[in-house]
Design a protein around this ligand. Structure first.
Ligand code: NAD
Ligand code: G6P
Ligand code: MN
Length: 433
């Protein structure tokens, strides 16, 4: 049987992953699931732990649930470690969103100034986890959801010990589900060739039962039939000729770049009413934990679908299962490029369709990206690499460079204003600065 450790176990998303393991029990025999959190998450962890125990009991599967605030107690001999934690909790996210908005810039969890600060807070903690794993479970796979997922994954590959880290996101899976819905078929019949970076990924081609349907998908998107596929990115329709001209499938997050003005206006409108996404999520989370506390509840409540990361556990469980069972199927993950995307250096992390075996992901060759978008993808990668160096060194100049070259900031003066204010606001979670 398998031992799985989930770091950030007190997350309101956890019932999803429990449900995922229960549903796949036949092919993925999990014996021990350790949920790890920290002191400030103690209460949440306890509620989640009890709900998880009720869920496995009801399902009648022999998965034993453990909870602990000491990750070193959980890690020994783990087969898979999954990470889904938030350094500084939602209060830090509120600052990431509100500070840029107050200055008239996009305030977002994984993009622009906010995404940069989430990376600065998270990478040092991930490197500590990597360090503990090298000692206590050196052969384990590290499946990372912690955002910004692609940057965090590359940070570990550049500065950590393990080579067995894989980043994940629910966006590609959500895009395949949305295309399946457009064609009224089961999503197992849809495959998209994904290439790009996390939250900057494109579908180069789409297939139904192996037949190319890209053009018809593009036409449907141009007709506004497929909106934003995640709850946290506002849905504003694309200009039809933009989509047909682009002729590859954008992800919801591209709206921050190609609809920056409209999205910013919408965000500012919400902001003036006093609410950013983080505050909406806080309310949702309170509701969810009220439900989770109910001793009668023994399954995942549907309210969880209001969270942007809905269905993330499908991505996690199917990845773990394909590694464990050496399936050789194709899944989009965040992994070393290794030549798959010609315009990105081989030692950088990309989000790309990969063949998954027990040796991990092997990316499929995607060649050149269309000229219209490869500049943006490369610029975001430059930004990501400078952010990683800033996170590891605590170097102010590197941080200022990163902020300035981010396309959602693009001004050295404003980058400095944002950087200084955000460094001060997040001081307790940024010991390296
Ligand atoms: P959350 O605020 O509920 O945090 C989850 C838990 O992490 C909390 O219980 C918190 O106490 C705990 N935590 C904080 N620091 C920790 C540490 N050092 N060690 C262990 N636990 C720690 O967050 P959430 O909304 O559940 O999201 C969790 C993470 O997953 C975030 O980073 C979020 O961005 C990410 N996420 C990613 C995807 C994706 O597509 N990759 C999807 C959904 C969520
Ligand atoms: C998905 C993303 C995640 C992100 C989440 C935010 O779009 O893929 O990476 O963390 O949604 O959802 P939330 O409900 O927290 O706003
Ligand atoms: Mn994501």
């Amino acid at each position: 049987g398998l031992k799985i450790v989930t770091i950030g176990g007190g997350s309101s998303y956890t019932p999803e992953i429990i449900e995922g393991f229960i549903r796949r029990y036949e092919e993925l025999p999990v014996r021990e699931l350790w949920l790890v959190d920290i002191e400030t998450g103690k209460e949440k962890l306890e509620i989640i732990g009890n709900l998880a125990k009720r869920m496995v009991k009801k399902a009648g599967v022999p998965i034993t649930i453990y909870t602990t605030l000491n990750r070193r107690e959980a890690l020994p001999n783990a087969d898979f470690v999954t990470t889904q934690f938030r350094v500084g909790s939602l209060d830090a996210r509120i600052k990431d969103e509100r500070i840029p908005l107050r200055h008239g810039y996009i305030g977002q969890e994984t993009n622009g100034a906010g995404g940069m600060f989430k990376a600065l807070r998270t990478i040092p903690v991930m490197l500590e986890i990597d360090h503990d794993m090298a000692e206590l479970c050196p052969d384990a796979w590290l499946i990372n959801f912690t955002n910004p997922s692609g940057i965090v994954t590359e940070g570990v590959l550049r500065y950590g010990k393990t080579k067995k880290i894989i980043g994940l996101c629910n966006v590609p899976i959500g895009m395949e589900m949305a295309v399946a819905k457009l064609f009224s078929v089961d999503s197992s019949r849809i495959r998209i060739d994904f290439a790009g970076l996390n939250h900057m990924v494109f579908g180069l081609s789409a297939y139904l039962d192996g037949n190319d349907i890209t053009k018809s998908v593009i036409d449907k998107i141009a007709d506004g039939k497929m909106g934003s596929t995640v709850k946290n990115v506002m849905n504003i329709d694309w200009v039809p000729e933009f989509v047909t001209g682009l002729s590859i499938i954008p992800c919801p997050y591209h709206r921050y770049y190609f609809k920056r003005q409209e999205l910013l206006e919408k965000e500012l409108e919400e902001f003036s009413k006093g609410e950013t996404r983080a505050e909406i999520v806080k309310k949702l989370e309170d509701e969810l934990f009220q439900l989770y506390k109910d001793p009668e509840l023994d399954s995942k409540p549907s309210q969880l679908e209001q969270r942007g990361g809905a269905y993330y556990s499908d991505a996690a469980c199917r990845l773990i299962s394909s590694i464990y069972n050496d399936k050789g199927d194709i899944q989009p993950v965040d992994t070393l490029n290794n030549g798959a995307l010609a315009v990105i250096s081989p030692d950088s992390v990309v989000e790309v369709s990969c063949v998954i075996t027990k040796n991990g992901p092997r990316p499929l060759t995607m060649g050149e990206l269309p000229i219209e978008i490869n500049g943006l993808v490369q610029q975001i990668k430059s930004f990501e690499r400078v952010v990683i160096d800033a996170a590891v060194t605590g170097d102010y100049k590197k941080a200022l460079l990163a902020m300035t070259i981010n396309p959602l900031v693009s001004s050295d003066t404003m980058a400095k204003v944002l950087l200084d204010e955000m460094l001060a606001a997040h001081q307790k979670d940024l010991p390296q600065f």
